[in-house]
Design a protein around this ligand. Structure first.
Ligand code: FAD
Length: 278
């Protein structure tokens, strides 16, 4: 029997009024599943700043806690201070602190080059007001020098004041378990929520995975390729794969699951219901 664990959902701010309207409905429906929080992404370099803020203000009034993402690679300290002050005034007490990836063509690495610098800055600015989530990469961050070095960098984020973490999406539970073992050997015991990316569309999934360094196992790639344009078979297969993955992660000790919702109700809702986590 699988344990019940808390769930959370990630949204990205929509670029259009129609998208914002749709997201309102998605939020309303996913809120019925009683998630612990909704997190809202932030484009590095402030590219989605106003839209992120608008979504945060709106959803913050709807009951379930809202957790803004902050990225430091393209923002200076003044801009981050302004955001932290707004979040404090809104009563928000949890953020996801990231380095971010700049849109191509922009230069970065300014006042706060890495997530650990942002975490230190948040602690200097706000003490313990915010609980700080950070990103984790059980399959290694694509720019890391080595797996060991990446683990050391993760440990530095924890020493700088991170309270918990969310992983890049993954399809291989053993990568998560191995990462957790390595953290334990370093004496790091913060909760790390595996990031779950439901499978609905083969080409989008491959594009996201290629962009983030997440591995799609060969047997999943091959199966998706064999289904071609048959989207109902892809969805049915994707559902089965995700239910098995989530159950294995929970049975192996994952403290919670974080869903990259892609601003969609389904398949997130069905997955959560079938896992008995609503
Ligand atoms: P860091 O932890 O700073 O690490 C980045 C790289 O630098 C790693 O390779 C690390 O090993 C290395 N490193 C760290 N410190 C040092 C140092 N002192 N010296 C040398 N090398 C170092 N991106 C967005 O733009 N907006 C978002 O909202 C967003 N949300 C995300 C949510 C989650 C859960 C995850 C997993 C990722 C998210 N991303 C987002 C993507 C993320 O910004 C990128 O993966 C980015 O490349 C790294 O961010 P980080 O916070 O992990 O960086």
């Amino acid at each position: 029997m699988t344990r019940r664990v808390p769930i959370s959902f990630e949204f990205f701010p929509s670029k259009t009024d129609t998208g914002a309207e749709k997201l309102r409905v998605v939020h309303q429906q996913l809120q019925l599943l009683k998630p612990e929080f909704f997190s809202i992404t932030y484009g590095a370099g402030g590219s989605t700043r106003e839209r992120t803020l608008a979504a945060i203000r709106e959803f913050n009034e709807k009951g379930t806690p809202v957790v803004p993402h902050l990225s430091c690679i393209g923002d200076d300290k003044a801009r981050i201070t302004e955001l932290l002050n707004i979040y404090k005034a809104l009563g928000i007490n949890r953020v996801v602190a990231l380095r971010g990836d700049l849109p191509s063509g922009q230069v970065g690495l300014g006042e706060l080059p890495y997530a650990q610098d942002l975490i230190r800055f948040i602690r200097e600015h706000s003490g313990d007001h915010f609980s700080i989530e950070v990103a984790a990469y059980p399959e290694m961050h694509p720019q890391a020098e080595s797996f060991d070095q990446d683990i050391q960098r993760f440990a530095e984020k924890v020493r700088a004041g991170a309270n918990s973490a969310i992983t890049q999406f993954l399809f291989n539970p053993d990568a998560y378990f191995y990462f957790m073992d390595r953290l334990q050997k370093q004496g790091i015991d913060i909760p790390v929520a595996p990031g779950i990316m439901p499978i609905t569309n083969a080409s989008n999934l491959i594009r996201f995975a290629d962009g983030t360094g997440a591995e799609i196992p060969r047997w999943i790639r091959k199966q998706l390729a064999a289904y071609g344009d048959d989207s109902s078979s892809i969805k049915a297969f994707g559902h089965e794969v995700m239910v098995n993955l989530c159950n294995r992660l929970i049975d192996g000790g994952a403290p919670s699951l974080h869903f990259y919702s892609m601003n969609q109700i389904e398949p997130n809702r069905q997955l959560v219901l079938d896992l008995g986590l609503a």
